[in-house]
Design a protein around this ligand. Structure first.
Ligand code: GRF
Length: 207
């Protein structure tokens, strides 16, 4: 049986598109992206998904309390029997209601080596801090910002000549690569959690 992925985004949607390309190419086997949801109607990611024939919906968040909004999004995901939720440039914190609806089944990608530089503009933060290496992190999502157990990371060296944009571009290439790998492992159940540590295993879990 195919696993159903739901993607949430707010903007450009390159990570969403990279996941879609990986599904289409079989790098994420036995899966489909069943729905893409954006909280912003103008997000380019919506058009990118539709161009691939993926159902994509804008559910505007304006004027709604966090939990009331999350109920709409969770309902849209449940309607599609989503097994795994992938946040891909989704600029909202999830409510405890949302997290409880998909326990250990929400991933996020962040363009820094967490726990360094959570939040906004992490590439600029890394440069301004004087870090010599940055990178990206795929992690499980909890109610806190960029804080859940780390699933996978990739390191990107910072060059003296870097600007936030050039660094972001090199990190983005690694994001697209590791998000695919992480989604595949999670869908195959090839990991176990020991406290905060995510240990990748050869065999799938029993459950
Ligand atoms: C990416 O850098 C992602 O790590 C961060 O927001 C950016 C979204 O880019 N959370 P895109 O919409 O996937 O192109």
């Amino acid at each position: 049986m195919k696993k159903h992925i739901g993607v949430l985004l707010s903007g450009r949607g390159s990570n969403s598109d990279a996941l879609a390309a990986s599904v289409a190419a079989g790098r994420i086997p036995n899966a489909e992206i069943s729905i893409v949801v954006s909280n912003r109607e103008t997000a380019q990611g919506i058009e990118k998904a539709r161009a691939r024939g993926i159902e994509a919906r804008a559910i505007p968040s304006k004027g709604l309390e966090r939990e009331a909004y999350d109920k709409l999004v969770v309902a849209a995901l449940q309607e599609k029997n989503v097994d795994l939720v992938c946040l891909a440039g989704y600029m909202r914190l999830l409510s405890p209601y949302f997290v409880a609806a998909f326990p250990q089944r929400i991933l996020n990608i962040h363009p820094s080596l967490l726990p360094a530089f959570p939040g906004l503009e992490p590439q600029r933060q890394a440069l301004e801090h004087g870090a010599k290496f940055s990178g990206c992190t795929v992690h499980f999502v909890d109610e806190n910002l960029d804080a859940g157990p780390i699933m996978m990371q990739a390191v990107v060296p910072i060059e003296d000549s870097d600007t936030p944009d050039t660094l972001a571009e090199r990190i983005l290439r690694e994001e697209h690569r590791i998000y695919t790998e992480a989604v595949r492992i999670v869908l195959e159940g090839r990991y176990r959690l020991e406290g905060r540590r995510v240990l990748v295993t050869k065999q799938a879990r029993e459950n």
